[in-house]
Design a binder for this molecule. Structure first.
Ligand SMILES: [Zn+2]
Length: 162
């Protein structure tokens, strides 16, 4: 009944009927929906399909094709940075965003959407200026921030809102 946790084994696809609560985590690389026991989110879980780290603590790129899946099928809160390559404040915030991703992992995931590549997604969320950060939980927008933030402010915004 009680199996010891095999810490090095991360191929957790097979066994069907465990009663541990699992969080759905969409792979940033292949968009497969993984179900990871919540207790093991901090153990560097790997994608059951492509083998890449699911929660590496770095921002990942969203695009038009995978955006809705990441918003709808993730059980972890997700922050999206709506940005564009020509936007100076966006580029200035990029290193801050990377540092923040490492700090808030594995509880919160940080992603980026290039609004030049996906203008229709930006329009759907009525993005008027960039950078704009939107936090999502369970498929719904829970907080929004327009304008770049420094590291302490971004950490505080996530802590307060996400
Ligand atoms: Zn994958």
């Amino acid at each position: 009944m009680y199996s010891p946790a095999a810490s090095a084994n991360s191929s957790g696809i097979a066994s069907g009927s465990r009663s541990q609560e699992r969080a759905r985590v969409v792979c940033a690389n292949c968009a497969t929906i993984n179900r990871v026991p919540r207790a093991r989110l901090g153990e560097d879980p790997k994608c059951g399909s492509c083998g890449k780290a699911l929660l590496p603590g770095t921002p990942f790129e969203l695009d038009k094709a995978n955006f809705d899946r990441h918003i709808a099928s993730n059980d972890l809160p997700l922050v999206v940075d709506f940005w564009a390559p020509w936007c100076g404040p966006c580029r200035m915030m990029a290193p801050v965003y990377e540092q923040t991703a490492a700090r808030v992992a594995p509880d919160v995931r940080l992603a980026k959407l290039d609004t030049d590549q996906a203008p229709d997604v930006a329009a759907r969320f009525a993005i008027r200026g960039i950078p704009t950060l939107i936090a999502f939980r369970n498929g719904r927008e829970i907080a929004r921030q327009s304008g770049a933030l420094d590291l302490p402010s971004l950490l505080r915004w996530i802590k307060t809102n996400v």
